[in-house]
Design a protein. Sequence first.
Length: 513
Amino acid sequence: MRRPSCILSGSFLLFIVLVAASCGSGSASPTAVERVVGGPTGSYVVPAGIHKIKHVIVIQQENRSFDSYFGTYPGADGIPMKNGVPTVCVPDPQTGQCVAPYVDHADVNGGGPHSAPNATDDINGGQMNGFIGQAESGRKGCLDPTDPACTNSATPDVMGYHTQSDIPNYWTYAKDFVLQDHMFEPNASWSLPSHLFLVSEWSAYCTEEDNPSSCINALQTKPAERPQNSPAVYGGRAGPKNAGKKAGQPIYAWTDLTYLLHKDHVSWGYYVVSGTEPDCENDAAETCAPVVQNANTPGIWNPLPWFNTVQNDHQLGNIQDVDKFYAAAKAGTLPAVSWVVPSGEVSEHPPAPVSFGQSYVTSLINAVMRSPDWDSTAIFLAWDDWGGFYDHVVPPTVDENGYGLRVPGIVISPYAKKGYVDHQTLSFDAYDKFIEDDFLGGQRINPATDGRPDPRPDVRENEKILGNLANDFDFDQTLRSPVILPVHPKTTLAGTPAPSQVSAAAKAPDDDG
């Protein structure tokens, strides 16, 4: 019997493989329920086992580079070293010295500016040596610490990195499940564009409501302007076509993933931690969320309320406070797709303590692992951008928007491979690709096929260099048991703020499972 070709050409194809034949020496044979998805960039097999995943959860934290958290992780593409000593360094323009990466146990870090011009200067044509200079030139004492133009430390700490003993839970997840060491921010810029790419694969400036063709690519403003004034944030304009639009409110008229999910009757939820006081007092760690919450407040980490698609599809109610996520996990009623974003205090965005973020994320994962939905769930954990911290890997270029610098990525699932380091080139686009392959039959956010043509420069999920998250799973393995971790593990972090100063999280008892 002749082996079918594994290379497809022409326009987008999606079909059921009805023959038992392999696509290469030693590879598994497609079954009657596997799909081959192909197009101009090639084709690949979507394994039948992907549909064992009925709940995808994307947990998005803030502002850490891969090297700053996992630069010394065994087997990963970490900080270049010889005999345990870094062999790389970055020049300090003020002192003339070249500063090597160093262990930094500080719980509160400063980071550096991280808008589009800073990404360009940090990368510096592939030399990866602009980090200290950018941190020294960043604004100090900003009232809003999430301002990407700011450096939240008097002394640059961007060359510092944390060790396993600082973030033991994150390293345990990496050791027990999958660590991705070539996960790149989808765009080379700050938080808002990153979160826009996470849910829509684009960041744009639109001039007309409900008119995707009125949008133009808008990753960042001119370097002289503050990123908060970028078109991607404030796109609203006065005029008859935008009657009723509040001043300064952006127009997000392009297509996002929720539009495809809603059209195909796939449930989704976007869960927001809003407020300042995380509550980790419960021994079971089923909640670790602020007491005061308001998921209806759009912002840089919660852009979906501004999307016309979400409003027109009457899906604003899907954007909820994170208490609803904990409740759904406990009840076994998680939606097919969940995004979970933090408040500032538990975000790990400098100057938020690392420990508070790790406690919060652990509480989310513990809740899912205790859930009746655990056996059919995949958790994708990542940090939205590099936050100005050093990383030594040159990001690949896919289009005018990215990729950005490398960030940590972890996959947690009963089907995840154990102790696996994934070296594929990835970005958050791979999350959408996995969701589309699992729940949407391989549909893409594609102007040529989704019914809402917008002028985005490309279909990000189809980029040739983008890896496939299905490779991080073994869908035939015995289901992995939960790994319940203490919400407040012992660490070597130093200088943790007192609970009365920042958060009640630090005084909550450990959850030893």
